[in-house]
Design a protein around this ligand. Sequence first.
Ligand code: PGA
Length: 247
Amino acid sequence: MSRKFFVGGNWKMNGTKKVADDLLGNLMKGSLDPNVDVLIGVPALYLDYVKEKSSCCIKVAAQNCYKVEKGAFTGEISPAMLKDIGVDWVILGHSERRQIFQETDLLIAEKVNHALQSGLSVVACIGETLDEREAGQTESVVAKQIKAIHEKICNWDNVVIAYEPVWAIGTGKTASPQQAQEVHKILRKWLADEVSEAVSQKTRIIYGGSVTAANCKDLAKECDIDGFLVGGASLKPEFVDIINAKQ
Ligand code: PGA
């Protein structure tokens, strides 16, 4: 089954309105491969602004949201609020949320479930640390993370899985195409064994961690790599080349 290539840019806590204008301008004037789903993960404060300014072929995502609709949760935003301003996507479980903000597998799974129930689509991030990789635990760590999500959700239709080895994020150390493919294949098999063959075949599994214009084409050749989640390079003009990596 062919899966539509999916490239997300995660701006993280970067940008101003001016920067957003420049990044959007660059995307909208670039000739983007129409066979690619393009998403940008925007700081919450700028979601409305970017949503208003971007063209319909660019999906706009929040970088986080909470696990309930409303209430006394100072500082949080809910899926209902995202829907209210026309945002249909959210990135959840990013390693910075896991590590810096101590989000657990359970909390992330609850967030994914509530976001899906609220009608959002989700980029769900998983990945091992360097210590875990060196201890030979990559497979068990990603299986534990994906299982936690599976236990909370009823349907994988609106989920894109982002495999992002923590040691590759923002470090300039990209996983080699073989290293990434190996884990993507493990994840696809996990979906086939634990969910269904159909879900395994149709769910996009994208790679993140120091993806650049220079390395994206080789990564994109691997059969289980269905796109990218891009941090640093999504703030640069080369993001267009990464979107077009399959061309
Ligand atoms: P990076 O970040 O491309 O800067 O390594 C990826 C991510 O955090 O999603």
